[in-house]
Design a protein around this ligand. Structure first.
Ligand SMILES: NC(=O)C1=CN([C@@H]2O[C@H](COP(=O)(O)OP(=O)(O)OC[C@H]3O[C@@H](n4cnc5c(N)ncnc54)[C@H](O)[C@@H]3O)[C@@H](O)[C@H]2O)C=CC1
Ligand SMILES: O=C([O-])CC(=O)C(=O)O
Length: 356
């Protein structure tokens, strides 16, 4: 009772100054309460979103705020986090939300986090490839990962910023340099490719997309996105025309959205959904749930490349098991060779950015 009175006193003091509570020590009171709740009830994880005020970041903040596995949600960006934080923090769900603005507040945003999700960086406009974003996004990802290495080296990292085929390699190099690299904890987010594949395949089959599971392997750009239609669940067969149509549509799903948005950015809503789905899987793994399997772009020995997306089993340590490709048909074997060629260059570009 006394603790509650003290907490209320502090909140009253802060609100009387009309300060957003999450930017002052009132946030600490709320976080303490969340931690108490977490101790007494369901376990809660601490999650940070870097780039939280962006197109993906805002919707993702909303979706993580309604995830019952999250007890504390840190929203970091270089602009506009006070508004996004005030807005999201009014939702009557369990997670306590705190906002952090700009580089000087990166330490506060990251300290103590279990999971860090990174959608920071510029999106494509029509006519651009994901690789065209490298120039700007490589530096952003480098800076943020240097912060992670310093302030929450044991956190699981979900990397969304494009080009994912290069930014994952950049992050790995930053962590290696800092001596904190654990390949199991660095995961490139390719869930949107799977989400799209499930949707498009379900349309062709005339079934509910929730009943469909399409493994998508390789990477996250053009021909490096390789849907394995021969392994679709439930087992299904496709005509050669259907395979061609589905493969092209899945590989170009991002471009389809970029063109439809006509200069206003790339996929944000479906991406936030995909990122929330993947983050939830990571949190369920962290909690110790068995059999959590998702596709992700991770350090891998499945091919000769250092990173590759396949199904991985998520556990307390992150990507605890990286699954093999399984049997491929001729069409997929040809696709795999093309994917590997482009991937090799993108990965090397990321490595060189840090080493050179
Ligand atoms: N992995 C995937 O499947 C997908 C990846 N993306 C990528 O996600 C990224 C973000 O996309 P959107 O949210 O649409 O872009 P956006 O421009 O709407 O938002 C990006 C946010 O990042 C912030 N930001 C910039 N520099 C930062 C820094 N140093 N620290 C923290 N935040 C910083 C910006 O202020 C902005 O709020 C892009 O690189 C995009 O290509 C987009 C869709 C799918
Ligand atoms: O296409 C883009 O630039 C954004 C992205 O990665 C996607 O939607 O898959």
């Amino acid at each position: 009772m006394e603790a509650r009175a003290a907490a209320n006193h502090r909140i009253a003091r802060i609100t009387s100054h009309l300060q957003p509570p999450n930017f002052k020590d009132g946030g600490d009171v709320l976080v303490e309460r969340a931690e108490c709740r977490a101790k007494g009830g369901a376990p809660g994880f601490k999650v940070a979103i870097l780039g939280a005020a962006g197109g993906i970041g805002q919707s993702l903040s909303l979706l993580m705020k309604i995830n019952p596995l999250v007890s504390v949600l840190h929203l970091y960006d270089v602009v506009n986090t006070p508004g996004v934080t005030a807005d999201v923090s009014h939702m009557d769900t369990g997670a306590v939300v705190r906002g952090f603005l700009g580089q000087p507040q990166l330490e506060g945003a990251l300290t103590g986090m279990d999971l860090v999700i990174i959608p920071a960086g510029v999106p494509r406009k029509p006519g651009m490839t994901r690789d065209d974003l490298f120039k700007i996004n490589a530096g952003i990802v480098k800076t943020l990962c240097e912060g992670i290495a310093k302030f929450c080296p044991n956190a699981i990292v979900n990397l969304i910023s494009n080009p994912v085929n290069s930014t994952v390699a950049i992050s790995a190099e930053v962590f290696k340099k800092a001596g904190t690299y654990d390949p199991k904890r660095l995961l490139g987010v390719t869930t949107l490719d799977v989400v799209r594949a499930n949707t498009f395949v379900a349309e062709v089959l005339g079934v509910d997309p929730r009943e469909v599971d399409v493994p998508v392997v390789g990477g996250h750009a053009g021909v490096t996105i390789l849907p394995l239609l021969s392994q679709v669940k439930p087992p299904s067969s496709f005509t050669a025309e259907e395979v061609e149509y589905l493969t092209n549509r899945i590989q170009n799903g991002g471009t389809e959205v970029v063109e439809a948005k006509a200069g206003a950015g790339s996929a944000t809503l479906s991406m936030a959904y995909a990122a929330a789905k993947f983050a939830d899987a990571c949190l369920r793994g962290l909690k110790g749930e068995a059999g959590v399997v998702e596709c992700s772009f991770v350090q891998s020995q499945v091919t000769e490349l250092p990173f590759f997306a396949t199904k991985v089993r998520l556990g307390r340590g992150g990507a605890e098991e990286v699954f093999q490709l399984g049997p491929l048909n001729e069409y997929e074997r040809i696709g795999l060779e093309k994917a590997k060629q482009e991937l090799a260059e993108s990965i090397q570009k990321g490595i060189d950015f840090i080493r050179k």
